[in-house]
Design a protein around this ligand. Structure first.
Ligand code: F6R
Length: 365
């Protein structure tokens, strides 16, 4: 039930510290990821993995896009990610030592299921499902399963399912990284970052009132751009999808370095630009991209690490987030973008939990 929340979506956004903590529960110990979490016989399957192919749709696809950065940078495993509805129609090359990872909140998305069935029949790949519904088709048909424990998600726009998928994908990353020489003390550092995640999400939720006050500036806009770099680029994609889905404002995400290759032509005072700026090694590059936006009269909203040295100024609104470990930053920075989409939709008076034309689970192809 909704309790004191006006919409399920807001309730589900605020449930994220709990949902992420539940997803970690019993899966970490002594500075290590426990492989039993992936199911019986998981260690032997993971030993044989040389590549990862992620298949998903919508928000779950964005989680996969983030995971590609982690799997390659942290685990050293080549990773491809594709929307299942394209993958299944193009006879892609998949090798027997590729682990096929499907990501789905419902476990009933027709395209994701069909892509998995096809690849199992053609190649016989090993398959891991990251899913939120234990009794779903996807779970039944996958050899390994890592459940997200978000609890039922009622709002059509996915929120806590996404952050718990990211959490599960971090567990997978660390389990594979260990096989590729990640030193135990590094794993312990990453596990400590994961253990901090629920608290960091709680802190990000404290921006709720400030974001609510900002939302009025968006309600009359028709277009917006979301920028991020590295693993924050797919987080920007997810922020753009949320705004599109529930507030019906056209939103596009770009890796900030692509701006000058075209989209900068769109920037003017009527096009809000939302940027996410954790304090990572791409920060200086991102800052110069944002300068380009300012120089064209663009209005910027920046969610930035308190240590990033970004301040409010002419045409720039900054919302500070306390420092998070680089590994978990994509999860933490998702939260203010969810809140922004939510509050803009409330001002516009849309049906937040049941946006027009959309269904919670897409069981048609
Ligand atoms: C977006 C959203 C959809 C789903 C997509 C996949 O907010 O909810 O984009 O993410 O339809 O659904 P699942 O994860 O159930 O496979």
């Amino acid at each position: 039930e909704r309790g004191n929340y006006r919409h399920f979506m807001l309730k589900e956004i605020f449930e994220q510290p709990r949902a992420v903590a539940d997803t970690l529960e019993g899966r970490l110990a002594g500075g290590r990821v426990l492989e039993e979490a992936f199911g019986y016989g998981a260690a032997e399957v993971l030993d044989g993995v040389r590549e990862v192919q992620i298949l998903a749709c919508g928000t779950s696809y964005h989680a996969g896009m983030v995971a590609r950065y982690w799997l390659e940078a942290v685990a050293g495993v080549p990773c491809s990610v594709e929307v299942a509805n394209e993958f299944r129609y193009r006879r892609p090359v998949v090798r027997p030592d590729t682990l096929v990872v499907t990501i789905s909140q419902s476990g009933e998305t027709a395209d994701t299921l069909a892509a998995l069935r096809d690849i199992k029949a053609r190649v016989g790949s090993r398959a891991l499902a990251i899913c939120n519904v234990p009794e779903s088709s996807l779970v039944r048909e996958s050899e390994l399963v890592l459940m997200t424990r978000a609890g039922p998600e009622i709002g059509v726009a996915s929120t806590k399912a996404f952050t718990t998928q990211l959490t599960a994908l971090l567990l997978l990353t660390l389990a594979l990284a260990r096989r590729n020489g990640l030193p135990a003390e590094r794993e312990a550092e990453y596990v400590a970052a994961l253990e901090e995640l629920p608290r960091r999400i709680e802190r990000a939720l404290e921006l709720n009132d400030a974001i609510d006050a900002l939302a009025a500036d968006f309600a009359d806009k028709h277009h917006s751009l979301f920028l991020g770099r590295g693993p924050l680029y797919p987080v920007a994609m997810e922020g753009a999808l949320k705004l599109k889905e529930i507030s019906y404002i056209h939103a596009e995400a770009y890796p900030a370095g692509e701006l000058k290759h075209g989209p900068l032509a769109l920037v003017d005072g009527e096009m809000p630009v939302i940027a996410i700026a954790p304090n990572d090694d791409l920060l200086e590059k991102l800052k110069s991209n944002l300068q380009e936006v300012r120089a064209r009269g663009g209005r910027l909203v920046v969610f930035a690490d308190t240590a990033a040295g970004m301040d409010d100024g002419e045409g720039v609104r900054t919302f500070p987030l306390e420092h998070s470990h680089e590994l978990i930053a994509p999860v933490v920075y998702t939260v203010p973008l969810q809140l922004l989409a939510y509050h803009v939709a409330v001002i516009k008076g849309t049906d937040v939990d049941q946006p027009r034309n959309l269904a919670k689970s897409v069981t048609v192809e």
